[in-house]
Design a protein around this ligand. Structure first.
Ligand code: ATP
Ligand code: MG
Length: 428
């Protein structure tokens, strides 16, 4: 795969606007790329909005250079040179029912102004004319960019009722950009937070994933608690009242209680710049739920088995490296050779469950050559069978006893291993 070159991507997105414009269609850059550009952030991708309808877009760029995947919603993907990547070109449309948060169920093609007003937040409702270098602002997005505010376009309550995912998007954009949520929009989110249940688990998880890998993930969690969204999407982190019965409603009390419980907000903030999602989630949950509780969260969000296993393992092992220097090698080694060890070390580092010296010890051990760190076992199950030990539950016990003795350097040969399991008489 040829990596996308941002300058080529931009050039191609300008070219698309020029061609549509030359063919007589009003056309702009739209949404996230305009917002990011005005903030001085390199856009991840460019979205183009135009008066041309899908058939006209395809006719102009040719069937071979376009993909009609989103055509029913008015979106055509235009393929550029390899280094430029694809650009989505969408026909101006009016608001309609959304069911997947990206594409409305049915669309009515419309004007630029109406297309701006169907978008979620003012900072996401801007157009940019890359030929005249001009911003087209129907919604007051520029002012909100200057004031660093996330504000719903139109009536916050109505806009949230249309698509409840917007509540999580408000939090995500506020946190990612380090903006405040406008007070009326914030109030609407607080009031309507329980309605987030209308959003599918996958979409909630996708937003949580994006929030928790961001640098400001601790603020994201705090805002989820403050708005009441956490009570529904992640009730596990919302503490109960003194009687241990109902979840606390008052957010100040809630945050105080979380702090008193040693809730890992500050640990979350200390995580490395871009942790994987399983690590971030495990740090968030590690003082709060047991492994079964962590698994429940992962299943609810339909995470893959791989991610689920990692989160559950991290929760199981969350204090495992405490006192590592004093551990027998046979106890420490299986943890160090596990796939998730880097995540586990990162988690211990931020949670202060282990002394820095213990973590340093683990890192030193990990630099041992492979045959020392994880030597081939002296015995296998086949060896036991060959020596007349019947298969059964004691197999694993015997093998792990041998493995421990090998790692702790009590034995170093096959003969000694067989002797240990009582099969030494019949050498093979
Ligand atoms: P990023 O991709 O960096 O997260 P973005 O602004 O590009 O940010 P997308 O989810 O890619 O966000 O959506 C592109 C644009 O589509 C948004 O800027 C917004 O104008 C509009 N949009 C996306 N989702 C919604 C929604 N749920 N409700 C209303 N408008 C939306
Ligand atoms: Mg985008």
């Amino acid at each position: 795969m040829i990596p996308i070159v941002p300058e080529e991507q931009r050039r191609f997105a300008v070219e698309i606007v020029r061609q549509l414009r030359d063919a007589g269609f009003e056309t702009y850059w739209a949404g996230g790329c305009v917002r990011d550009r005005l903030l001085g952030i390199a856009p991840k991708d460019y979205d183009v909005a135009t008066a041309a309808v899908p058939d006209e877009i395809r006719r102009l760029f040719g069937r071979r250079r376009t993909l009609p995947i989103g055509a029913a919603f008015g979106v055509i993907t235009v393929l550029g040179p390899k280094e430029a990547g694809p650009v989505e070109v969408a026909t101006f449309r009016r608001d309609a029912q959304y069911s997947d948060g990206r594409h409305p169920d049915h669309v009515t093609f419309s004007s630029a102004e109406e297309d701006a007003s169907r978008r979620d937040f003012t900072i996401n409702g801007l157009f940019f004319d890359p030929i005249e270098e001009k911003v087209i602002d129907f919604v007051g997005g520029q002012e909100d960019l200057r004031r660093r505010v996330i504000r719903a376009i139109g009536q916050p309550r109505e806009r949230i009722a249309e698509d409840r995912l917007r509540m999580l998007r408000a939090v995500r954009f506020a946190v990612a950009l380090d903006f405040e949520i406008d007070s009326e929009t914030f109030r609407a989110v607080c009031e309507m937070a329980p309605g987030i249940t209308a959003v599918s688990a996958e979409r909630i998880a996708a937003e949580m994933r994006r929030m928790l890998v961001e640098a400001h993930r601790a603020r994201a969690v705090r805002t989820l608690v403050e708005t009441g969204l956490a009570a529904t999407v992640l009730p596990e982190i919302v503490p109960e009242d003194d009687a241990g019965r109902k979840r606390l409603k008052d957010t100040t009390a809630m945050l105080e209680r979380l702090t008193a419980l040693g809730f890992p907000l500050s640990a979350l903030g200390r995580l490395q710049w871009v942790p994987g999602f399983p690590l971030a989630l495990a740090v968030l949950l590690h003082n709060v739920v047991d492994p079964a509780g962590a698994e429940q969260v992962c299943r609810r969000w339909r995470l893959s088995n791989k991610e689920t296993d990692r989160v559950v393992w991290l929760i199981e092992q969350h204090g495992a490296l405490a006192g590592a220097r004093a551990l027998r090698w046979s106890a420490l080694q299986p943890i160090l050779i596990a796939d998730g060890i880097d995540d586990l070390l990162a988690m211990h580092k931020v949670s202060s469950a282990a002394a820095p010296e213990d973590l340093a010890h683990c890192r030193t051990c990990l630099t041992r050559p492979p045959e020392q760190l994880n030597p081939p076992p002296l015995l296998t199950g086949d060896d036991l069978l060959a020596h007349g030990i019947p298969a059964g539950p004691q197999f694993r016990v015997l093998l792990s006893r041998v493995r421990a003795a090998q790692l702790d350097e009590q034995i170093s040969s096959r003969a000694e291993a067989l002797e240990l399991v009582g099969g030494g008489g019949r050498s093979g």
